[in-house]
Ligand binder design. Structure first.
Ligand SMILES: *Cc1c(COP(=O)(O)O)cnc(C)c1O
Length: 511
């Protein structure tokens, strides 16, 4: 295996580069000094600057070098395998970025009159129709800005629904399996519900008896992702839906794993009433680092009138923003929705077509199972729960045997993986698996990449049994080595802005 080495520039922060008076642009010199004065006079006195802002001054060449160097010390989906389970870090077609950043999109303003944004509304309307078709729902609202935001909106809809029926006072509980993504119980709690956790069975699915025993007239709803975070499809999902519906509760579907079932089955057909999708995981918006995302939510007919506004509608002649939704939970984002993300999702679905999306599900499942079949054979690793069941798009590898036999933990393995030019998988999640590495190759990984990743894990296993000490100090080949985790997350040492930096280490002193 060729050795990977990440760039390591001793790059100062941008305020320490450049020098007074340097500029990255050149503008024609103003002929008349007065013109300047004149412009100043347009700005009200109290809004005028008292002193120049403290900004770095650099030439264009210095700016370019600075940021290119930083980018070389970073890792992303464009330079390597990124099997971050649950997060779906796949390649997203670049043409979608080009479309989203075209002037026609960038210069739209949310205060523009509706008749001047008909094209945008048509795209939003069609996308929401397609998402409804893909998920088996009746109507989508594009308002929520992230998956967790969609969940929160969904939990508020559950609230509003029971309130309208006069049952909110007694329906105070939302049921969540113990393998759920942390945002599920958090969203339910934020919407004012008590969270009831149900355990996972040996087969990796919800324990149905435990579910039955917690369902009651207090049940407001259930939140579930299917396939779940173990990558296992809840086979008895229709039975689960029946149990919850019979008790008068609603079913919420966390759609972050939708790429596993595209075109194969739909949450609407499984009995779910509310769904969110993560456009930034499944529908071609790259994510990470807190960039823009979108978590549209869709509902069945009986919940349409609770959706967050505005909805996008079409009256046969024109598209319009509909704020006239009788029981709406209100507006949950500023303005309409994240239009750049919507453009990318629209372009993605349009270029993939129904067959293309189905192929995504097939390849992501094939890739995950192919990789899983290789990794279970490696000493020290196992895939607990549902031992003989196929996974969907992801699986969870346990390093607990490796840890007890060599002292090398899931964290150590994850750090050592970085030395080979791969991003680490998600660690210690879901909590039902000890020493968990949650792996999702996605449909865009090639067989060569997957094979290489399996080879890396095999060589890490070998090393763990022969020279565990070496793994404990990894990574060696990255621009940043093993970090002190306490220091890295302790507010006393954190320095997140130029202002903080100046306060802590007065100008001139070295950090
Ligand atoms: C990512 C994820 C979420 C939350 O979505 P965000 O967009 O990160 O808020 C919820 N559930 C699952 C299973 C996820 O993977």
């Amino acid at each position: 295996m060729g050795e990977f080495r990440q760039a390591k520039w001793p790059e100062p922060i941008i305020f320490e580069v450049g020098g007074k008076g340097r500029r990255g642009y050149s503008l024609p010199r103003l002929e008349e000094e007065e013109l300047c004065e004149d412009i100043q006079s347009y700005i009200p006195e109290k809004l005028r600057r008292r002193k120049d802002p403290d900004l770095p001054e650099l030439s264009e060449v210095e700016v370019v070098k600075h940021f290119i160097r930083l980018s070389q010390m970073n890792f992303g989906v464009d330079n390597g395998f990124y099997p971050l389970g649950s997060c779906t870090m796949k390649y997203n077609p670049k043409i979608n970025e080009t479309l989203a950043s075209s002037d026609k999109v960038r210069w739209l303003h949310p205060y523009q009159p509706e008749e001047t944004i008909q094209g945008m509304l048509e795209i939003a309307y069609k996308l929401s129709e397609w998402l409804a078709e893909i998920t088996g729902m009746d109507k989508f609202s594009l308002q929520p800005a992230a998956g967790a935001h969609g969940e929160f909106a969904g939990a508020l809809i559950i609230r509003a629904y029971h309130k309208l029926n006069g049952e909110l006072e007694r329906r105070t509980e939302i049921i969540v399996p113990d393998s759920a993504h942390g945002t599920n119980p958090a969203s339910a709690a934020m919407a004012g519900f008590t969270v009831i956790t149900v355990p996972t069975d040996e087969d990796g699915c919800i324990n149905i008896d435990a579910l039955k025993s917690v369902v009651s007239s207090k049940t407001a709803g259930l939140m579930l992702t299917n396939p779940n975070t173990l990558g296992i499809f809840e086979k008895r999902v229709c039975e689960i839906a029946e149990i919850i519906h019979e008790a008068g509760g609603l079913l919420y579907y966390d759609g972050a794993n939708m790429n596993a079932i595209f075109g194969k089955t739909r949450p609407g057909d499984m009995g779910f009433d509310i769904v969110h999708l993560n456009l930034h995981k499944t529908f071609s918006t790259p994510h990470g680092g807190g960039g823009p995302g979108a978590g549209p939510i869709g509902v069945k007919k009986h919940l349409r009138d609770f959706l967050p506004v505005p909805l996008v509608e079409y009256d046969g002649e024109k598209y319009y923003l509909d704020y006239n939704v009788p029981y709406t939970i209100g507006k949950i984002s500023s303005f309409h929705f994240k239009f750049d993300v919507i453009i990318k999702a629209f372009a993605y679905i349009l270029s993939m077509g129904a067959e293309g999306l189905e192929r995504v599900a097939e390849l992501s499942v094939l890739n995950a199972n192919y990789l899983a079949s290789k990794l279970v054979k490696i000493k020290g690793f196992e895939i607990p729960y549902g031992r003989n069941t196929f996974r969907k798009h992801e699986f969870v590898l346990s390093c607990s045997k490796l840890k007890s036999e060599t002292g090398v933990s899931a964290k150590n393995v994850a750090k050592r993986i970085l030395d080979y030019g791969f991003h680490a998988p998600t660690m210690y999640f879901p909590p039902v698996v000890e020493e968990a590495l949650m792996i999702e190759p996605t449909e865009t990984a090639s067989i060569e990449e997957i094979d290489k990743f399996a080879e890396v894990i095999a060589s890490i296993s070998k090393e763990a049994y022969e020279d565990p000490e070496r793994i404990l100090r990894a990574p060696y080949n990255t621009s940043v080595g093993l970090v002190d985790e306490v220091k890295a997350s302790h507010p006393r040492y954190m320095c997140l802005s130029w202002r903080m930096y100046k306060k802590k280490f007065k100008m001139g002193e070295k950090y």
